[in-house]
Design a protein around this ligand. Structure first.
Ligand SMILES: Cc1cc2nc3c(=O)[nH]c(=O)nc-3n(C[C@H](O)[C@H](O)[C@H](O)COP(=O)(O)O)c2cc1C
Length: 171
């Protein structure tokens, strides 16, 4: 898909059809994630791709707003070593995953990791060393048709509401 259109049409997709995402596509999505901008080029991230059904359902059970993870074909857990800018770095990588997935026609949703009550439990469950922090969980799957229609109606702030030139001003 053309770049600007890709950015403008991505939406959080939480309902998926039962279809496998090929391994090469998952690898390419993670390849896009590892190329994200990162403070001082530290690249503090690791990406855990969770395909195992039991593990996926355990993760979805632990979360409060990620129950749909269990229906997703894949869940990706983004961890970053606890550097000064770990959250920014991990967030940039997360966004790359959402956009790369969408370019493949795969729906995704960013599920909060950092600051959530379950972040340590998930880290331990996935055997990740204690100097890493869970930045995000991402569900991935081919979108359900109705879900694609639903997200088209989600309201976004207009450009006029958010754009200021030179200085902020109240009208
Ligand atoms: C940091 C962050 C945490 C989020 N956590 C959740 C979550 O736990 N569960 C969920 O369903 N969506 C979550 N989302 C997705 C947002 O709800 C979604 O991006 C927002 O409603 C805007 O919709 P859009 O992604 O379709 O543009 C999160 C998004 C961000 C950026």
């Amino acid at each position: 898909m053309e770049g600007i259109k890709l950015l403008k049409t991505r939406r959080s997709i939480r309902k998926y059809i039962d279809k496998d995402i090929p391994r090469e596509i998952i690898e390419d999505i993670i390849d896009c994630a590892r190329l994200a901008p990162t403070a001082n080029n530290l690249q503090p991230w690791i990406f855990i791709v969770i395909k195992d059904k039991k593990l996926k359902s355990k993760i979805s059970d632990i979360t409060d707003y990620g129950k749909f993870i269990t229906q997703a074909n894949v869940c990706i857990a983004v961890f970053c070593k606890s550097t000064k800018y770990y959250l920014e770095d991990g967030s940039a990588a997360t966004q790359n995953i959402l956009l790369a997935a969408w370019d493949y026609g795969i729906g995704s949703c960013w599920i909060a990791g950092d600051k959530k009550f379950y972040c340590e439990e998930i880290r331990k469950m996935l055997n990740v060393p204690s100097d890493y922090k869970l930045v995000s969980l991402i569900s991935l799957g081919y979108p359900e048709e109705n879900e694609l229609k639903r997200v088209q109606n989600i309201k976004k702030k207009s450009l006029k509401e958010v754009l200021y030139w030179d200085k902020y001003c109240i009208e």
